[in-house]
Design a protein around this ligand. Sequence first.
Ligand SMILES: Cc1cc2nc3c(=O)[nH]c(=O)nc-3n(C[C@H](O)[C@H](O)[C@H](O)COP(=O)(O)OP(=O)(O)OC[C@H]3O[C@@H](n4cnc5c(N)ncnc54)[C@H](O)[C@@H]3O)c2cc1C
Length: 475
Amino acid sequence: MTEVIRPDICVIGGGSGGLSVAAAAAAFGVSVVLIESGKMGGDCLNYGCVPSKAIIAAGKAASTMRHADKFGIKSVEPEVNFKKVHDHIHSVIGAIAPNDSVERFTALGVKVIEAHGKFIDKETVIAGDYEIKARRFVVATGSSAFVPPIPGLDKVEYLTNETLFDQTRRPAHLIVIGGGPIGIEMAQAHRRLGSEVTVIEGFKALGKDDPELAEVVLRNVRADGVQIMEGAKVVEVAQKTKTTVKVTVETDDGTKDVVGSHILVATGRAANINGLDLEKAGIKFERTGIKVSNALRTSNKRVYAIGDVAGGFQFTHVAGYHAGLVVQSILFRLSGKENRDIIPWATYTDPELAHVGLNEEAARKRNGDVTILRWPYAENDRAQAERKTEGLVKIITNKKGRILGASIAGHGAGEMINVFSLAVSQKMKVQDLRGYIAPYPTMTEISKRAATSFSAPMTRKPFVRRIIGFLRMFG
Ligand SMILES: Cc1cc2nc3c(=O)[nH]c(=O)nc-3n(C[C@H](O)[C@H](O)[C@H](O)COP(=O)(O)OP(=O)(O)OC[C@H]3O[C@@H](n4cnc5c(N)ncnc54)[C@H](O)[C@@H]3O)c2cc1C
């Protein structure tokens, strides 16, 4: 028999976004129902960020062994036990899983329903044995791997992010279709763990990032031995032998066949909107996701949509940011608006690639006259000591020095971008970055040096040179 419940908030989807809404609302003593049809923790914990970063860490360990000679330690070819790499990945997931578990959320006061949720009208969702009539609904159903309609793909076994991390045997030759962040991260990790890897990208690999910085990363990924084919369109896939698959690609130089043992499809994400019966709730959507206002409201005023399903930037920290805005709106009637200009992202290749704010092209379009500041890793003492000298920090400012955006390619870029995320979100100027003291020797000094170079043209002015000369005379 169906039980009718009337909570303040009903969240559909127990991933990064949904869990954050549920935890925050429960902390304020608000009644919350959370519906999850798969694994608590969603993509990030089970099939995304966490397992991908765990396999990247394993690949890095293997690479360190291979290149230890630059530190005076004999390099060795590591013996990779892929089953144990698999176990490492799953033990990392296991260590984090209790934070996202049904038990933890139940203890927080959330009613968790483990079932598929869907709308039956504008104010009701059904899930399992429950009919939920909430004051507000939050759709946080995430996204899944987008599988393009390539002829023959449906007739072979292929991997997506949902199955890749279940592999207990090393793919002999992994063919990655798609050269975006997920494809390139997984290509490098698998190559470092001993697989042959070919990436096939229809346009430009890492094409959403600044080409100058993406090139630094791609050069290194290629140096690891990953074959990256760009401007290569997959036209057909077929089983070649019992253990091999053939991928036919069209390039400017004609048609080529790539033969490998496994295919990973990493051609983007599709919002999880099927099966929600959004039409019954009057919720408008398009191919990329549920249509939302900048306050994340859908066309049904009771319903919000957050995270990947809302069709914007698809990252865990964005789902968390959305959750914060929605909780403020529902609990305190504060109408916060999403500001996409302050959202950072990072690709966890080696070296890493990170960005926040406007890129050079967008900044020129919006501001006309902009200043580009660059500082190379090679000029940093710590980078020299660590032998991580590849890469650069690039800052984009307006004429007055306000930081409009920054990109970093290099060791620890995902960590180093934090200071620029703060700078962009707080509308800081390069002068502010000059005014704090960075401990020596740290790679963050690179960012400070790049900021300091904003004044370099000043130091060429005669009167400034005279002052500098005068100061030097007195030590
Ligand atoms: C390989 C890979 C690596 C990634 N790496 C990073 C990274 O390093 N950093 C980063 O920021 N982001 C990364 N991401 C992206 C990140 O995983 C997503 O942006 C994030 O998980 C989105 O959170 P969400 O809450 O929108 O959706 P999810 O976390 O996917 O949660 C949605 C949940 O809803 C459930 N659900 C769906 N439909 C229903 C329904 N009808 N009823 C009930 N439940 C339902 C699903 O089972 C799922 O658990 C990565 C993604 C992938 C695939």
